[in-house]
Design a protein around this ligand. Sequence first.
Ligand SMILES: [Zn+2]
Length: 373
Amino acid sequence: MFKVIFVVLVLFFPYNISVEISMSIKNSDQERDLINSLLNKALKASYKNNFDEALKILNDASSYQIAQMNTKKTYQEIYHQKLKYTKKRQKQKIINKKRDKKIIYLTFDDAPSKGTNNVIQMINKLNVPVTMFVVGFHIDSSDQNRKLFKKLLQNKNMLVGNHTYSHAHHRYERFYESGAKNVIKDIKKNYDLIRKYQNKTDIPYTRLAGRNVFRLPNLKTNDNYISKRQLKKEEKVYDALWQRGFYLYGWDIEWGFDYKTGKFQKTIEQFVKKIENMNDNNLATTKNKVIVLMHDRMFQEKYKTKKMLKMLIEKLRKNGWEFETMSSYIKYNEIQNPKYTQKSKLYDIDDFIKKNRKNYKNISNFTNLMIYD
Ligand SMILES: [Zn+2]
């Protein structure tokens, strides 16, 4: 149509003018071809997600006045492609983040101790959730320790776990060989002590004294450091605890410390590297979840080690680790101890509270009954 009009016009113009116009027709045809090829190129680039290149080509094309309309359309298409691509990438990023989320569980055993205050200070300063497994006879040993223990319970970054009442008086074989009844009695004593101070309905997070043992709904492991003969004697004790509703949490790696010299067995670099090697080679008990064992007394004032804890946390954080308490190690809704829940409905305690609000004050006793009856 365009051409026809020009041809008609040419017929009415003198020769020299008609040459000029036919030249311009030729030029505008070439121009149009050029623009079309540029726009195609821009689109192709956008399909390959090279949006910068696509926009650059589009910019070149738009310098031709007759390209305005088509340029706009192509721009819209590129914009649409880019939006689609960005959304897809965001989605992938979220998936990757979820998949690669690495969690570190800092746990401190044998609290309260002379180092407890320094640990609290540091985790407050850096806002890091941690778990402390407390020993009953340490709590009962002095008013100062009782105060420290209350401080632990009030701390929002702290999950308090049960680490036995007596710590087996550091004679582990004798303790476990004394039988399930005795061990349960000792752990129950500490459980009752903890509950005397806090009226929460937490499940009983427990770590055995001197033994790296897991008893969880989806996990059962024993301590590799004791002989098979010894394990045979002790295993039934662990199982009995589990059947009574206690959840036993071991650890993956310990940050060793020499209490005589006040020195760590590994530098922060070495220790973090070990944690990461462990995770990369899938050697932690649960993938992408590493439980670190420390003792709060490592960080007491006389050793001047408070800054080491700070540096460890900062290094782990820098390397992408997220910190959580043991409460996230297994999801709450995964928590089922089928053998025992059927009998006691221990883990329906929250439901129970809702239905029995007026009896709430007696909940603590009720929970104890459910665990031990
Ligand atoms: Zn201990």
